[in-house]
Ligand binder design. Structure first.
Ligand SMILES: O=C(O)CCC(=O)C(=O)O
Length: 278
């Protein structure tokens, strides 16, 4: 069963002060709730600067305690206080001697529904533009993540996970998954070239709503974010988006449009899996 609902993406920039990052997230979640949000999304790495050299310092155990894992407990409390679902962007997670880039998905009663550990680590070298190797410090997760809400099932990936059509299909193949959510943080090299293209492609490929929540742009940060959080419908149309400043993207998700699209074009049924692995 798919039930319409209101989705809100909170685009903001995280800096070096973890307490300030959480406070900003708290304010935006409050605003998102006031705007009628029922599922609220934060950006990738919302509690920490996005840089491999900082992940260990900002990492938290999940669930840990309010003292040792303030970002985790902030999410649980915010969801409970506002009675909303939160897809908590991501934070660096520590387990034993390993670090992960992990999204914590929380139900309105303040329980962790699931955590998604980024399954594709972002390694890139575009000479003269950007060099970034998450695999220097992070370990990849091994599970596709789908959460259940009263509205629909939601597939979750983190940022670079968006590039993998196979992963998106893994999340989307069950009919009751109505939305893919990607907390993200694309940069000024790949963002203008690929961000919108990838979001719209994933939506058309899978006949599904796709939402991605980015960090806002801070030009004095070491990693400059592209921004442009957006929601795309199963036809590949951008329903709402923002540019690079901090703020909310508020979007009603109407599954009539998904049913219309899936009822008119049958790519989900026309797949020829027996050919693709040849
Ligand atoms: O794929 C890209 O171009 C950007 C990915 C990224 O920034 C990330 O995974 O954090």
């Amino acid at each position: 069963m798919l039930r319409n609902f209101r989705l809100v993406l909170c685009q903001f920039s995280a800096g070096h002060d973890k307490v300030a990052n959480l406070s900003k997230a708290r304010d935006l979640i409050q605003q998102a709730t006031a705007a009628g949000g029922q599922v609220i999304v934060l950006p990738e790495c919302f509690n920490s600067p996005y840089s491999t050299k900082y992940f260990a310092d900002y990492a938290e155990e999940i669930p840990g305690t309010p003292e040792t894992s303030p970002s985790v407990h902030f999410l649980l409390e915010a969801a409970r206080n506002h009675q909303v679902h939160i897809i908590g962007g991501s934070i660096p997670e520590r387990e034993g001697n390993k670090l992960y880039n992990t999204s914590i998905c929380v139900s309105p009663d303040g329980q962790i529904l699931k955590k998604h550990r980024k399954v594709h680590l972002f390694d890139i070298n575009v000479p003269g533009k950007i060099v970034f190797f998450e695999s220097d410090v992070l370990t990849a997760g091994n599970e596709p993540t789908i959460i259940e809400t009263p509205y629909c099932k939601i597939g979750v990936g983190i940022c670079y996970d968006l590039r993998f059509g196979e992963y998106a299909w893994t999340l989307s193949k069950s009919e009751d998954v109505g939305l893919l959510v990607y907390p993200g943080n694309f940069n000024m090299t790949t963002g203008p070239k690929h961000w919108e293209l990838l979001l719209r492609s994933r939506a058309v490929d899978n006949q599904i709503f796709v939402a991605a929540c980015s960090q806002a742009r801070n030009t004095s940060s070491e990693y400059v974010s592209y921004g442009h959080s957006m929601v795309v419908n199963p036809w590949g149309e951008i329903l709402s988006s923002t540019e690079f400043d901090e703020g909310l993207v508020v979007q009603d998700i109407d599954f009539g449009v998904l049913n219309e699209n899936r009822g008119s074009i049958w790519t989900r049924r026309h797949k020829r899996f027996e050919l693709y692995e040849r």
